[in-house]
Design a protein around this ligand. Structure first.
Ligand code: PLP
Length: 373
């Protein structure tokens, strides 16, 4: 049988190993925050934002950011039904309620009209998640936010490398969050980042992130509030520093894989992939194929075909409102329909051209099966 094609895996070179080794050997005592500070500086520069705080996860960054915005019991946060649960979980940690709205059929991100229609007096934020590297319609969402006085948060965990009208994903909202989980475009093993241009929000999150100890507090072991503990370690940040030195290459390779897939399946009329409309650069974290309803190609069929070819392809996110802990929102017809006829394709940096062709051959085979049925 042909060798297994994995779905994602990090791109790790001698540089990551060298920095992590240095952090493990020498990054203690006075130097225990050195790589963390360097990593935050590099990330700020890359993104073009004023403030950044490295965290242990994107979930933690979202939790602290939302807490700092004052989101709490009984409040509502509007987000797309199509998402990984990590974006919704922090809302529930704060006693607030995620309000799931439908997505646009081309970007698979928040439909701004549905967002505006879902606003109530309890709405405290709009959570814009740039799904699979595709961008939300930020101009429209920011205008809605401004009109109603509601902050727009960007979960850019999947969108490092994505740009909207010259601005990097994560740099446009009240705050942005990133993930460096091992499946993402850049990794620190586990890890995340909180970013903002708002000095007050930054100070609040900085205090929250340090068990509630304010920066200017001179009394030892004296928290000013109950905070959180979502810090990144220096060893993880060392890996992050190496990844930041290679970030342009890491993003370029993701975009190259995406573009090769587009070419390989350009002849399949019933298939669409992550869009890249005018004014947008897609960071292409997760090349994904969505088939038309008429194609008769289903998720189950795609999963079967990829499994038979020893290729690890993954299902499109289930609507969060279809999960047992939330109320079903069947009115979100696009969010409920797309996962039934879509698949995420393998896209790790070191994937070979031959392997991309093998993936494309499976898609072509599925098309011929569906035609024959
Ligand atoms: C991966 C991911 C997260 C979770 O990140 P962690 O670092 O694992 O907490 C959150 N939001 C989105 C959109 C993600 O893709």
């Amino acid at each position: 049988m042909s060798s297994r094609i994995y779905y994602t895996k990090p791109s790790i070179t001698d540089l990551e190993v060298e920095y992590a080794t240095d952090a493990a050997r020498n990054g203690w005592g006075d130097r225990c925050y050195e790589y963390i500070a360097r990593f935050e500086e590099a990330f700020k520069k890359h993104l073009g934002v004023r403030y950044a705080i490295a965290t242990s996860s994107c979930t933690g960054a979202l939790h602290m950011g939302m807490a700092a915005l004052g989101i709490g019991t009984g409040d509502e946060v509007i987000m797309a039904d199509t998402n990984w649960i990590a974006s919704a979980a922090p809302i529930t940690y704060l006693g607030a309620k995620p309000v799931f709205v439908d997505i646009l059929p081309d970007s698979w991100c928040l439909d701004p009209d549905k967002v505006e229609a879902a606003i109530t007096p309890k709405t405290k934020a709009i959570l814009a998640v740039h799904l699979y590297g595709n961008l939300c319609e930020m101009d429209r969402l920011l205008a809605i936010g401004a009109k109603y006085g509601i902050p727009v948060i960007e979960d850019a965990a999947e969108a490092i490398g994505s740009q909207y009208k010259g601005k990097r994903a994560g740099s446009m909202g009240a705050f942005g969050s990133f993930s460096f989980h091992g499946t993402k475009t850049m990794t620190t093993g586990e890890g995340g980042m909180f970013v903002t241009n708002d000095a007050d929000l930054y100070e609040t999150v900085l205090t929250l992130s340090n068990h509630g100890r304010a920066r200017g507090q001179t009394k030892q072991f004296w928290p000013d509030m109950v905070g959180f503990k979502y810090k990144m370690s220096n060893v993880q940040a060392a890996i992050g520093c190496a990844q930041m030195e290679r970030i342009d290459t890491l993003i370029a390779r993701k975009r190259e894989i995406y573009s090769q897939y587009r070419t390989l399946i350009a002849d399949i009329a019933s298939a669409s992939m992550n869009p890249e409309p005018a004014g947008v650069i897609n960071g292409a974290w997760m090349p994904t194929v969505v088939f038309s309803s008429e194609s008769k190609i289903t998720r189950d069929m795609l999963q079967r075909e990829f499994a038979a070819a020893n290729i690890d392809a993954r299902v499109f996110f289930w609507p969060l409102s279809s999960l047992s802990m939330f109320q079903p929102c069947r009115g979100n017809v696009t969010a409920w329909s797309i996962p039934e006829r879509a698949i995420n394709l393998p896209s790790y940096h070191d994937i070979s051209s031959d392997d991309l062709s093998r993936v494309s051959a499976v898609l072509h085979h599925a098309v011929s099966l569906a035609k024959a049925s």
